[in-house]
Design a protein around this ligand. Structure first.
Ligand code: HEM
Length: 515
């Protein structure tokens, strides 16, 4: 009975929406022809949407419009349109689109900065994060990054096959130490498990296709009714998310009360009573900002480093060239520091190429609270206006053979012939008010770990049953979030001196991040 009623209301509201008068307004941007009611639902795949959007850009131009039920989408497929809207009109385009499941039922618009709408709370959260993660504060977290990277080397020596877990522990332990002052355990750490759970729930909640996203009134459906499983799941998950955000925060709070926690994002704010210059303390926002840092800091850096291992296997000539550069700068008796970065242009290019080749945030969705007009087209209020970051970073007109991993394409020696720097787009740096606050942090951590690993190890193809080397296929698990499928490789110390070097450096670390 309820389902029949819901279906009728959906149909009527969608028809009203479809036929709503837009006669006095400019036309919508071009795009594929919609069907009545469902719009372009049948043309938007659940997987690899960014590829379809790239194809549509070839047919309809860089700004493409489509609709799924009542939700408008505008996809930006050129750097120009992204700069024009997200940067030059950032005041208008700095909010996020409304997705009822993730924003409201899971409460992510309150408990995660990534999903927050624009307003005072977002401004405050970004201020907190920016202060901690800015280039100026690099010296505060740089020793932590160096320690995390050296610990990663030690674990790769001891147990190379579990490289993905070690990378996850390294990225997770440094961000927990930097954010909360927590030292994680190398295996089965409860705080790292909590971050994984937050990432898992958020990924499910933000999958496209929830009916409640197209028909928001369904959020009022009583949770005991048949067909309301989504409401029950969201209620349970929201409680978990709130608990997971408050637990590590309480841990730091206790350290502040009982003594002196190591310098960290939350501890520093609490020691100053969390007050800003005007004496305001917003505990809820601090909890949210801290919880967002831990998940954002893991979900981006880990896939990038996994891609690094695979690329070293598939492109051995790139590894050899990079090792030659690292060896020439650091020699046999030390590991690289961030001060070596200007002397290692090829490693810097490798980081750029990893972020281009393995785009982690492939679609960046923004929204607007009032209608706008761009190049004669209407961008409707409430539309999801999304930058197709993957599409541009894989455009063959911009990057020759975009599927090929080739750090040399950014070689500064190529001068004008070097291909477009992907970093501004990968992080949407400076592109409006939502650019990634973790860009400096990520670039230094990726540089250090890559330079360290190449200095100590060769990364070689895995062996098959007959003991023969084989190159693992490059496969992406392409659900809502694009990630490389599991693969194997052999991580072998380059010589015994390197093993000694790691053991010596490990023994002298002041900051051991894992217990
Ligand atoms: C490989 C590394 C990373 C990449 C490629 C990346 C990329 C991005 C992108 C594209 C956005 C969306 C920007 C927009 O909507 O316009 C973003 C947002 C964000 N990133 Fe990163 N990121 C990375 C690492 C990090 C790290 C390490 C942290 C934290 C320590 C971080 C924290 C955040 C936060 C908090 C936001 C939300 C900003 C907001 O909504 O206002 N990111 N990132």
């Amino acid at each position: 009975m309820f389902q029949a009623f819901a279906a009728i209301v959906c149909l009527v509201s969608a028809l009203l929406y479809y036929y709503r008068g837009r006669t006095s307004k400019p036309p919508l941007p071009p795009g594929p022809k919609p069907l009545p009611v469902v719009g372009n639902l049948h043309q938007v795949p659940r997987e690899k949407q960014y590829k379809v959007f790239q194809e549509w850009a070839r047919v309809y131009g860089p700004v493409v419009y489509f609709r799924v039920f009542r939700q408008d989408f505008v996809i930006l497929n050129s750097v120009k349109s992204i700069v024009d809207l997200f940067e030059k009109r950032s005041g208008k385009y700095s909010t996020r689109p409304r997705f009822v499941m993730v924003d409201e039922l899971l409460g992510r618009k309150y408990n995660s900065v990534l999903f927050m709408k624009h307003g005072q709370k977002l401004k405050k959260a970004r201020q907190y994060m920016h202060r901690w993660l800015s280039q100026k504060n690099l010296e505060t977290y740089m020793p932590l990054q160096y320690s995390a990277s050296c610990q990663l080397l030690k674990r790769l020596l001891e147990d190379p096959e579990r490289f993905t877990e070690h990378v996850r522990t390294a990225a997770g332990s440094i961000i927990h130490r930097a954010t909360y002052g927590i030292k994680c355990k190398p295996d089965d750490d409860p705080f790292l498990a909590m971050s994984d759970e937050v990432i898992r729930i958020t990924a499910i909640g933000s999958r496209p296709g929830w009916l409640v996203d197209s028909f928001p009134f369904l959020r009022f459906m009583p949770s005991f009714l048949p067909g309301a499983g989504f409401r029950r799941w969201a209620q349970r998950s929201r409680k978990t998310l709130d608990l997971l955000a408050s637990s590590p925060y309480k841990w730091t709070q206790d350290q502040v009360v009982n003594g002196s926690p190591p310098p960290c994002f939350v501890g520093d704010q609490l020691k100053q009573d969390g007050q800003d210059a005007r004496g305001h303390f917003d505990e809820d926002t601090l909890i949210t900002a801290a919880a967002t840092l831990t998940t954002a800091g893991i979900e981006t850096v880990v896939p990038t480093l996994r891609a690094f291992f695979l690329m070293m296997v598939v492109y051995p000539e790139v590894r050899l060239r990079a090792q030659k550069e690292v060896d020439a700068v650091v020699g046999p008796y030390r590991l690289a520091t961030i001060e070596d970065r200007p002397s290692m242009p090829y490693i810097v290019c490798m980081v750029k190429e990893l972020l281009r080749w393995n785009v982690t945030v492939h679609i960046a969705p923004h929204s607007l609270d009032e209608d706008d007009i761009y190049e004669g087209y209407l961008i409707p209020k409430g539309a999801c206006v999304a930058a197709n970051v993957w599409g541009i970073l894989n455009d063959p007109l911009v990057y020759q053979d975009p599927d090929v991993f080739n750090p040399g394409r950014f070689d500064p020696a190529l001068g004008d012939k070097a291909e477009m720097d992907p970093l501004p787009l990968a992080f949407l740096i400076g592109m409006g008010r939502r650019f990634c606050p973790g860009s400096h942090y990520s670039l230094s951590f990726l540089f250090l770990t890559i330079a360290h690993i190449l200095s100590v190890f060769d990364i070689l193809p895995p062996l098959d049953k007959n003991g023969e080397e084989f190159i693992p296929p490059v496969v992406f698990e392409d659900l809502h979030i694009r990630r490389l499928a599991p693969f194997k490789c052999r991580i072998v110390p380059r010589n015994t001196e390197k093993v000694e070097l790691v053991n010596n450096v490990f023994g002298t670390l002041d900051q051991v991040l894992c217990q």
